[in-house]
Design a protein around this ligand. Structure first.
Ligand code: ATP
Length: 445
């Protein structure tokens, strides 16, 4: 068997469209600049990534609790956080074709028309502004949040007191964020609307450096646990002049996308910047009383922050493979971690015209369907049906054949090894649930 596992963006984008993972937004109107909608499989994949993150970052850890803050908030938040002043990109315009670019991504010539005549750079704030209420004046300006974490800082005391948390502890949040990016692109990699998964981990100041290193390791291990080969990941120490205004230290986890080595996740040591700023501006206390030392202190914050879309793309890139067996048969397979796979099982009656097989296959579907996404497919030869499932990463295909009607067993075919085993129908659900919980590693590449 030969395996080809490096995939082009064109191949992935077309697979995503054809199989209902990602569609271009507003497509019938010609699209809407780098905005995407997630189809039947995309919404499952996204939810699975969020669930895996939430389970590992919140449920599995006694030291972390969750929050779901609002997208809109008092404009003071963004003034005080420094975003109104600093959340900017340096923008230049080509005088010849009038396209705009981020200054730091530009060489000497315009990537569009080749001219080398640019305007001076100007700072462009990438927060989306809107107006709250019917009057569009300065007093009613509000911003769509460009990061989710500010709501965590504002609720720091509320959460700490309500959930009786003691340092070190974390507050996690998943939600939409918006940035008016000058140059969105590379499919879902850089968009203006995206989802973030952020953990704000509050620690005693003298332990921040150590916690920072621990979180970098944790987060790298998380990607490997869900099937990303370590050689596709790299850590990048962000130099002083590239760091966000609030950060004392940042390490990016980069991933080898088909378009290059790019940021997947950022881990920042935000020090006490945010809590101190908000406490000073609001006049409200945002500190922590330490029982042991009987002192008030302002915790420092270590923040692993990642979108949902960049890991989604990374998981697809890592999972995609084209295989050719000894007889020259080709298959495309997405070797996704079973917990991430959008569909867990597919159920096939071997032949469509056999009412007995169809009835048993539908009975199995009725058992599995409410527990996890399951597909029922009775069309085409069974080999074709397997390939359809391989291409979307379904880990298990269940085929109902004549023997099933005699002994209530079915074949369960496993995606990676393509081996088939007979299993009793009545044990399918617990068996697949057990397999879903097992650790998984991608087959050797
Ligand atoms: P970049 O340098 O690529 O613009 P950033 O350093 O500004 O990213 P952060 O502010 O650290 O990004 O945001 C944390 C995470 O949020 C990023 O690692 C990424 O996963 C995600 N993210 C940020 N901006 C976008 C975007 N425009 N589209 C998709 N995901 C994004």
């Amino acid at each position: 068997m030969s395996t080809q596992s490096s995939v082009s963006m064109d191949t992935l984008v077309s697979l995503c469209k054809r199989r209902g993972i990602v569609f271009p937004n507003s497509e019938i109107y010609g699209g809407f600049g780098s905005t995407w909608d997630y189809g039947p499989l995309g919404v499952e994949l996204k939810n699975n990534i969020k669930r895996a993150w939430w389970r590992d970052m919140v449920w599995a850890r006694p030291d972390v609790v969750g929050l779901d803050g609002a997208i809109l908030s008092a404009p003071d938040v963004w003034q005080v956080s420094g975003h109104v002043e600093h959340f900017t990109d340096a923008l230049v315009e080509c005088r010849s074709c009038h396209r705009r670019f981020k200054a730091d991504e530009l060489g000497t010539n315009c990537p569009h028309c080749g001219a080398s005549d640019f305007t001076d750079t100007r700072q462009f704030n990438t927060m989306f502004k809107t107006f709250v209420g019917p009057v569009e004046d300065d007093a009613s300006v509000a911003y769509l949040r460009p990061e989710t974490c500010q709501m965590i800082y504002l609720n720091f005391r509320n959460v700490q007191l309500a959930a009786r948390m003691k340092l070190p502890f974390g507050i996690a949040q998943i939600g939409k964020a918006f940035r008016n990016e000058i140059t969105p692109g590379n499919f879902i990699f850089r968009t203006r609307e995206f989802e973030q998964m952020e953990l704000e981990y509050f620690v005693k100041p003298d332990t921040a450096a150590e916690w920072f290193d621990r979180w970098v390791e944790e987060r790298l291990a998380w990607y490997v646990r869900y099937g990303i080969p370590p050689d596709l990941l790299e850590r990048y120490e962000v130099p002083d002049d590239e760091r966000a205004h609030y950060s004392l230290r940042t390490v990016d986890i980069k991933f080898r996308y088909p378009f290059g080595l790019e940021e997947l996740e950022g881990i920042a040591n935000r020090g006490d910047y945010d809590l101190r700023q908000h406490a000073a501006a609001s006049g409200k206390e945002l500190d922590y009383f330490d029982d042991q030392s009987q002192e008030h202190l302002i915790p420092h914050i270590v923040e692993p922050s990642v979108g949902v879309e960049r890991p989604l793309l990374a998981f697809l890139v890592a999972a995609y493979a084209e295989e050719v067996d000894a007889r020259g048969n080709k298959r495309v397979v997405l070797r996704l971690h079973p917990q991430l796979a959008p569909v867990k099982a597919a159920v096939f009656p071997l032949v469509r015209r056999d009412a007995g097989l169809v009835a048993l296959a539908q009975e199995i579907y009725a058992t599995l369907g409410p527990e996890f996404p399951t597909i029922y497919d009775e069309s085409a030869a069974v080999g074709r049906r397997y390939r359809r499932q391989d291409e979307i990463g379904t880990p298990w295909c269940i085929t109902v054949d004549r023997q099933s009607l005699e002994d209530r067993t079915v074949t369960v075919r496993e995606r990676d090894s393509m081996t088939q085993e007979r299993q009793p129908v009545d044990e399918l659900l617990p068996e697949l649930q057990r397999r879903l919980r097992e650790p998984w590693a991608p087959p050797e590449r």
